[in-house]
Design a protein around this ligand. Structure first.
Ligand code: UDP
Length: 250
């Protein structure tokens, strides 16, 4: 590593964030820890950190090429990346192309229903509260973001979906749904932050009919299906077919 990291700023479930010598940039370390159900289920998965770091780097570069601003600056090593320091908006933005997961647990919509246009759900990012679903009225009551910023978030999230869904479809994966975290940099620009990986996206192989075998994302871990790292490795392999090597930092 060429960037010497300073003190730990923040430790989350899957990543650690450190200062660098520069105010505007921080270093993110992707951990091998896998957690689900608000960290009630935990495991160490060898190589997960590297795979999610590399896949995220490739996807951030893809978004960047399409003119979508992200916090990504470059890779520092196999499981470390340099990103712009942002103020993370405490909202999890979920885009759904196909109904599954919490949408089907909480509503009568049948599993597998195509959602066109994609459904956007916003959740309040708070582990103690269990990341509750936000309505527009709760969003304005909480004063988390202005009405204009709420619209900007939706436009950005839909642009990300418009790039990622066809990209994955070319790799024979259906992008079922995904979660984004957004942040504001020092210039007040809204950026895609956090990570985009099989931990945060649902990806189903388009040729496999079996409802369990087609899963190539964190649901393998959530549902104890095994083969988690093999599935993430396959996602990385297909992504690399298009974006062979993400750039190194400087
Ligand atoms: N997701 C995530 N982090 C969360 C919650 C959800 O990355 O804390 C992702 C999840 O992997 C899926 C999408 O957001 O791709 C929608 O998840 P859902 O609301 O269906 O929740 P779940 O069924 O996972 O509880």
């Amino acid at each position: 590593m060429t960037t010497i990291h300073g003190p730990l700023l923040y430790e989350g479930k899957a990543k650690r964030v450190y200062t660098t010598g520069r105010d505007e940039e921080v270093l993110v370390e992707f951990k091998n820890d896998a957690t689900a159900f608000n960290a009630k289920k935990r495991e160490q998965l060898e190589d997960k950190g590297r795979l999610n770091c590399q896949i995220s780097a490739c996807l951030f570069e893809l978004l960047e090429r399409e003119g979508i601003p992200t916090h990504y600056c470059g890779l520092e090593s196999d499981h470390w990346m340099v990103v712009q320091r942002v103020k993370v908006i405490p909202i999890e933005v979920v885009l759904r192309n196909v109904a599954t997961g919490s949408l089907c647990r909480e509503t009568p919509i049948p599993q597998g229903t195509p959602l066109e246009p994609a459904l956007m759900d916003l959740y309040y990012k708070d582990d103690d509260l269990g990341d509750p679903l936000l309505t527009d009225s709760r969003l304005s009551l909480l004063g988390l973001v202005s009405h204009e910023c709420r619209q900007e978030i939706e436009t950005l999230a839909r642009r990300v979906n418009a790039v990622l869904a066809p990209f994955f479809s070319d790799l024979n994966f259906q992008l079922v749904d995904f979660k984004l975290e957004l942040g504001l940099n020092s210039a007040g620009e809204l950026l895609v932050a956090d990570e985009i990986s099989p931990d945060t996206c649902r990806l189903w192989d388009m040729d496999i009919r079996d409802e369990k075998q087609r899963i190539f994302d964190k649901d393998r871990f959530r549902q104890d299906l095994g083969g988690v790292i093999e599935a993430y490795g396959e996602v990385y392999k297909r992504v690399q077919g298009v974006i062979p090597k993400p750039r190194n930092y400087r």
